[in-house]
Design a protein around this ligand. Structure first.
Ligand code: QAP
Ligand code: CO
Length: 173
């Protein structure tokens, strides 16, 4: 297994729309395993393929306390079961160090394929519902910062751009 590089906002590649997965094969499973390893190493609860510059509709999530329940969703489709807004403080491995309150439907159903390419259906509430909606947004080129004010988003963008410049300078010094 190997760690993948996580793209950071405002990288334009985070805005690409991911394509449907046509076949679930060993190569795809290897990428998914690398995504799970990358998510654990970065101490995240969710990671979408878009974030590692793979523009296929798949994502990994582990919202368990013990960090031993990785879930894979290939070609996920969300149906809202209860539109009642649930407000949750969100962060993102692609927006490191920033957290903002975002409201989303509180209960959803997900239809997806598992690592064997078998279709399954799952209902989600609470943090899992938030996380799945956040990750599926990535596959459509959307980030949680798109839900906050332009001013806040601009501030986050400037701070991360400054960090990225400093890292580049440090690397070449
Ligand atoms: C999406 O986000 C999410 O800034 C997954 O320094 C987040 O795993 C869904 C992370 C919150 C629901 C609620 C962020 C790690 C992880 C950071 C993540 C950081 C280190 C974010
Ligand atoms: Co994210």
């Amino acid at each position: 297994m190997s760690l993948l590089t996580i793209l950071e906002f405002p990288d334009p590649r985070l805005r690409k729309k991911a394509a449907l997965v046509q076949t679930v094969d060993d190569a795809l499973r290897e990428t998914l395993d690398n995504m799970i390893e990358t998510m654990y190493e970065a101490e995240g609860i969710g990671l979408a393929a878009t974030q590692v510059d793979v523009h296929k509709r798949m994502l990994v999530i582990d919202v368990s306390e013990e960090r031993n329940n990785p879930q894979i969703f290939i070609n996920p489709e969300i149906t809202v079961l209860d539109p009642e807004p649930l407000g949750h403080e969100e962060g993102c491995l692609s927006v490191p160090g920033f957290y903002e309150l975002v409201s989303r439907p509180c209960k959803v159903k997900i239809n997806a394929l598992d690592r064997d390419g078998e279709a399954f259906e799952q209902e989600a509430e609470g943090i899992l519902a938030v996380c799945i909606q956040h990750e599926v947004d990535h596959l459509d080129g959307k980030l949680f910062v798109d839900y906050i004010s332009t001013l806040k988003r601009q501030r986050i963008k400037s701070k991360l751009e400054k960090e990225h410049r400093q890292h580049k300078t440090a690397a070449s010094a």
